[in-house]
Design a protein around this ligand. Sequence first.
Ligand SMILES: Nc1ncnc2c1ncn2[C@@H]1O[C@H](COP(=O)(O)OP(=O)(O)OP(=O)(O)O)[C@@H](O)[C@H]1O
Ligand SMILES: [Mg+2]
Length: 320
Amino acid sequence: MDSIYVKDLVKKFGGFTAVDSVSFSVHEGEIFGLLGPNGAGKTTIINILTTILKPTSGFVKVAGIDIKNRPEVRRNIGIVFQDPALDNKLTGRENLDFHARMYGLDKKSRSSRIKEVLELVELTEKADVVVEKYSGGMKRRLEIARGLLQKPKVLFLDEPTLGLDVQTRRKIWHYIEDLRKEENITILLTTHYIEEADYLCDRVAIINEGKIIAVEKPSKIREMVGGEIISVKIDGKAKPFKDELIKNGLAKEINERNGLLDITVEKGETKLPLIIKKADKLGLNIDYVSFRKPSLEDAFLKLTGRKISDEFNNIGKKGS
Ligand SMILES: Nc1ncnc2c1ncn2[C@@H]1O[C@H](COP(=O)(O)OP(=O)(O)OP(=O)(O)O)[C@@H](O)[C@H]1O
Ligand SMILES: [Mg+2]
């Protein structure tokens, strides 16, 4: 069953179209990612799905409920905003308690649910410390815990790990994975981080300038880009070598970049020795070889002609 259904969603700000006829659906229990660069429209989509913002046009259901029915949708969702929204002067527990009261949880269910969500994000021991003494990762975990208080059917995570260091990000990925196991929940997250989408998501919508370019499994998107990439540095003329590889069907595509040949191949493991043999035969020395599976970044570049990481690097600076 679909937990989120979005059909022809449009959002205009004045004359500017931030979300341009977007359609997708998310199955129950799925972790679904919106992956795209700065300004792609990810937060705008989340804001509409969480009833914070009204769409210009289109039809959206969340947890089986039309978003026009705001209170009912809100009762069934949890949100972790892109920008931190905690009270730094309160303790972790007090922050949670404040929200649980807003959701109308009675005293008994408040204390038991707060205990549960604190355990889930491993903040039990820090629960009575004021939030201003928390690290960035702890704050993010507390926000995730807060999003879970009312046992939402659908959890929205807008850039759950933006600006966090690699280790902390990995930890948060594990919590999100555990969540799905323990809470029977559907998760929609946005991210700039290709590895994050790759690691966490069952399916990913690649989004650029308000439009969805592709919705696929991360592995499928890699497949679309095709095969693996073998980079070699050869000592000698590249032209005859390239011609040979293409002629023999060893390579699908070859691009030269900084003195390296990026050779796109299928079944790279078996092609690599053949390629080396071919170089040998032509009397060429190979000085360097590397082998990689295409990343979602390669996919993005292929699909949009734009490199996602340039933008992401800027964001990284903004977020830290
Ligand atoms: N309230 C608003 N008024 C006018 N333009 C807006 C408004 N909110 C967002 N936009 C514009 O809509 C576009 C999409 O913004 P949005 O925040 O959804 O992108 P995003 O994909 O979440 O980006 P980021 O990765 O930086 O968080 C941007 O060009 C932004 O400037
Ligand atoms: Mg955003």
